[in-house]
Design a protein around this ligand. Structure first.
Ligand code: SF4
Length: 369
């Protein structure tokens, strides 16, 4: 074992040494992302909410379009929920958009359309939790608040070789993050830790030889990086087939609205159901039970893959014919062209189906009887 490795394995790195190594690396190499070009709390807040459970690559086009449409907290607060959800369509986890909208109304009513300046008042905003409040306040306002997300947890667990039951809980990670926070530049420090976890100290392939804090890292010295962080057992992925009925009338597809109170409530979607045992008779029966529509499924027209949390979804869109007069309740049913559909709040799965159809597959040559 080399001298530096012995040092790393046997002693705790000093905060100042980590600040210098990681801060310098972040200043030199950080990705140029649009929310890093501002100190305005509103766009930073929007980015933090969008980035929860979603990758940077997915978020980028939504971020620009959302801020273009709702350029301020006040503008967002004045928007209809339907329009906010439409701008969010395809990003998934729609409760985030609803919370953002609700929070914007709260801030317009009580804080003159500004994000709060203290942790206490930020936590009083509906839908704003400790992570989001700390992220916005440390990055936009320079408040010395630590952040712990999955990336930070992994980096800290490895840097300090943290093992044992104590490190299955969040509290000790917050304490450690607070102890090592760079109080001179808390926003940059928090982002540097997350950036390291996202780009270098990744879950399965940590690039230890290129790591800016490798010389201080106990897990690297002990050769146990891949064993950390010790985790709560992961739920095994479940395979699900979602079958959808593509019902067309004069170049327009039939969409149905999900019920209020359900997951993704009030979003529009192609009538669909998840099939445990695959087969067309199930699709017809379940579409009738769930949506009150009598359909005759036909050929498979679109196939796609989707993933939500632990579910791996095989998405299949079947051409279908209505065996009843066209439904007319506008609160529940809508006939739309693919171009109109993307302006509605729709589920990610419906967007994938529509993308699969866009190459001239409409009309589907199906007639409503
Ligand atoms: Fe992660 Fe390896 Fe860097 Fe340690 S040396 S922080 S394990 S990338």
């Amino acid at each position: 074992m080399s001298a530096s490795a012995r040092t790393a394995a046997g002693s705790r790195p000093r905060p100042a040494a980590l600040h210098q190594a990681l801060g310098g690396w972040y200043a030199r190499t950080r990705r140029d992302l649009p929310w890093r070009r501002t100190r305005d709390a509103y766009p930073i807040w929007v980015s933090e909410v969008m980035l929860q459970q979603t990758t940077v690559r997915t978020v980028l086009p939504y971020y620009e379009a959302f801020l273009h449409r709702f350029p301020s907290i006040r503008a967002l607060s004045e928007a209809r929920e339907e329009d906010v959800l439409a701008a969010w369509s395809g990003l998934g986890y729609y409760h985030r958009a609803r919370n953002l909208h609700r929070a914007a109304r709260h801030l317009t009513e009580r804080h003159r359309g500004q994000f709060p300046k203290t942790l206490e008042s930020a936590l009083a905003v509906p839908g704003v939790g400790l992570y989001t409040a700390s992220a916005v306040l440390s990055i936009a306002r320079g408040l010395p608040l630590p952040l712990v997300d999955g990336n930070v947890r992994r980096v800290l667990a490895r840097l300090f070789a943290l093992r044992g039951p104590e490190w299955l809980r969040d509290g000790p990670f917050y304490n450690l993050a607070e102890e090592f926070l760079d109080r001179e530049s808390p926003g940059d420090w928090n982002q540097a830790l997350m950036e390291l976890g996202a780009t270098v100290c990744t879950p399965r392939r940590p690039a230890c030889p290129a790591c800016p804090v490798g010389v201080h890292c106990r897990a690297k010295a002990l050769g146990i990086a891949l064993e950390l962080p010790e985790g709560r057992a992961r739920r095994a992925p479940v395979d699900v087939t979602v079958a959808a009925a593509l019902v067309e009338k004069e170049g327009r597809l039939l969409l149905v609205r999900r019920e209020e109170g359900r997951l993704m409530g009030r979003l529009w979607e192609v009538p669909q159901t998840s099939l445990e045992s695959r087969g067309l008779p199930d699709l017809a029966r379940e579409i009738q039970e769930r949506h009150g529509l009598r359909v005759v499924p036909g050929a498979l027209a679109v196939r796609a893959r989707h993933a939500i949390t632990f579910r791996r979804i095989r998405l299949e869109g079947y051409r279908a014919r209505l065996r009843q007069p066209a439904p007319v309740d506008p609160e529940r049913y809508k006939w739309v062209s693919p171009a109109e559909a993307v302006k509605l709040p729709t589920s990610s799965m419906t967007r994938k189906l529509l993308r699969g159809l866009k190459d001239g597959q409409l009309p589907l040559d199906l007639q409503v009887r």
